[in-house]
Design a protein. Structure first.
Length: 161
């Protein structure tokens, strides 16, 4: 079994910031909900102190953990927007921090980390200047577009239009 510090280290490695004491508090809060349901279903009366004592019991915590592990539930992928909001970070900073320089690298990173790839990811990256092409390349691309465009001329009288 992992300690709250171990869990905190794992979560912090995955780009979330949380302390071991917060992990403990959240865990106890959730376990308290389980305990209340179980005690109420069994029609067992309890005080708040008794409930807290039950929840802090490692035996009870391990039992709840085993119950959860046995449930066949697939985790849903996180969304990129949720991840950025939690980290209070822009998409541009997110990409720079991970040295992601193009659309393929961003999509690959998101998939590897089970993060849902938004439909408008390309547009979002263009807005952040991650996918922007240098101006010289843009100008040469524009010249190519205009030079390859075929135009029709119409003869009216002696002049061409």
């Amino acid at each position: 079994m992992k300690s709250y510090r171990d869990i905190s280290k794992i979560i912090n490695k995955n780009d979330y910031s949380i302390t071991h004491s917060s992990i403990r508090n959240y865990t106890l809060k959730i376990i308290k909900k389980f305990a209340k349901k179980i005690l109420n279903n069994q029609n067992i009366k309890y005080s708040n102190n008794q409930l807290t004592k039950i929840c802090k019991s490692t035996h009870f915590q391990n039992t709840i953990g085993e119950l959860i592990k046995s449930m066949p539930i697939e985790p849903s992928p996180a969304s990129l927007d949720t991840l950025l909001a939690r980290r209070r970070q822009s998409l541009e900073d997110f990409c720079k921090e991970r040295n992601l320089k193009n659309l393929e690298q961003v999509i690959e990173f998101l998939k590897q980390n089970s993060i849902e790839v938004p439909n408008n990811i390309e547009q979002k990256l263009k807005e952040t200047k991650i996918l922007n092409v240098p101006k010289k390349e843009q100008e040469s691309n524009l010249d190519k577009k205009h030079s390859s465009r075929k135009t029709k001329s119409v003869k009216i009288g002696s002049s061409r239009i």
